[in-house]
Design a protein around this ligand. Structure first.
Ligand SMILES: [Zn+2]
Length: 387
């Protein structure tokens, strides 16, 4: 996930790729000395010096004095480290949920500036309608914190459904009344900064990887339980989206032929039994069936992917009826038996704000890539504006 070539933003040359690798290393570390950047990226110390000088000139990073030596050995000047320059960029991360949009404003370092919840009057919109709600939510969030939408360098949005994260094209989403909506383009025409749209479960996986239970894991899955069921897959350290960017539709895996009608229009999808909308209408017997089908689905994921960790993410955490000990025991019964321990299954209670945090983290990565791309091949970089 922390690759130097970000999803959807092509970089013009190797110099740009090198700059992004350095910027990524600084972002991941928080603060880091040049010599350690060279060690981590495999770039020569001379190249790192040239690149960091470009990034300093562009106002993307800033030097700080880091004294990490033991007290007794602090002689002479502390060594200089580098960190991202927070005020260089302002980013909005959004989670579009069924009845509200949560907006998180962060600076380039990922420091939270503020959050805002914007209520939605309905749960389904036309493309234009959803654009207007998103813009209103972001404008309101900015205004609440004494800012204007014009100050933003990027808006990153997590949305349920099948979304091409490279283009922002929405093949299908439960938030839209129609299929095939070019939401990315529609929003880009209406806001003064780049817009990045990604499947919301992918952004939860990103958040888990960066600051949640998935930290340090190379192969893990996140199943999100909310109105529908989502899946984010991190394979060999990278988010896996599938060839068309539409992968991970765990909620629409088929569990019964001619079964219950799903919100996607097909029949017999897992989420037509185990999504919050199905559970809300189900009686006790149907709840039992939902638990069994969900456990089967999870066991299938473990059998297919053999992840080191499976995270179940929902607002209700352990209180969610599908995250009970009996469901997890059923999963374990249905996983193919080998003489090594089962992957760990963890239940993680998530609020919409944490989904928005995943979106904001994605936004920072994308904005960083754009900043590097815009430096081009110029050695004399242009100073970045504060906005
Ligand atoms: Zn479906």
């Amino acid at each position: 996930m922390q690759n130097a070539q970000p999803y959807g933003i092509p970089l013009p040359d190797t110099r740009s790729t090198g700059r992004l690798r350095v910027l990524d290393a600084i972002r991941r570390a928080g603060q880091i000395a040049r010599i350690d950047i060279a060690r981590q990226t495999g770039l020569s110390p001379a190249t790192v010096t040239t690149i960091t000088s470009d990034l300093l000139q562009a106002g993307l990073i800033t030097p700080i004095l880091a004294d990490d030596r033991p007290t007794g050995q602090r002689r002479g000047r502390p060594r200089e480290a580098l960190k991202l320059r927070g005020e260089a960029r302002l980013i909005a991360g959004l989670k579009v949920a069924k009845h509200a949009i949560t907006v998180l404003l962060v600076d380039f370092e990922g420091q939270e500036i503020g959050s805002h919840e914007f209520n939605l009057p309905q749960s389904q919109f036309t493309g234009t309608g959803l654009c207007m709600e998103i813009i209103a939510a972001v404008s309101e969030a900015c205004a609440h914190h004494g800012l204007a939408i014009e100050y933003l360098s990027g808006i990153a949005i997590g949305l349920a459904g099948q979304i091409n994260g490279k283009t922002g094209f929405v093949h299908w989403s439960s938030a839209l009344v129609r299929r095939n909506v070019d939401l990315g383009m529609m929003l880009s025409e209406r806001v003064p900064c780049p817009v990045f749209i990604e499947n919301d479960a992918n952004l939860v996986a990103k958040a888990e990887h960066l600051f949640g239970d998935g930290r340090g894991a190379r192969n893990f899955l996140v199943v999100t339980l909310e109105y529908g069921l989502g899946l984010g897959m991190v394979i060999d350290g990278q988010l896996y989206r599938g060839a068309r960017g539409c992968g991970g539709e765990f909620g629409h895996t088929k569990v019964e032929s001619n079964g219950a009608l799903c919100q996607c229009g097909q029949h017999g999808c897992l989420e037509a039994y185990a999504g919050a909308y199905a559970l809300a209408q189900a009686d006790t017997t149907q709840h039992e069936k939902a638990r069994r089908l969900f456990a089967m689905g999870l066991a299938n994921l473990v059998n297919l992917f053999d992840p080191e960790l499976l995270i179940l993410a929902s607002k209700d955490g352990l209180k969610h009826p599908l995250c009970s000990a009996s469901v997890l025991a059923d999963v374990s019964d249905m996983v193919v038996k080998v003489d090594v321990p089962m992957p760990q299954i963890r239940v993680h209670g998530w609020g919409d704000l944490l989904w928005a945090k995943g979106a904001a983290a994605y936004g920072i990565e994308q904005v960083a890539a754009l900043a590097v791309r815009d430096l081009g091949s110029a050695t004399q970089a242009v100073p970045a504006s504060a906005g």
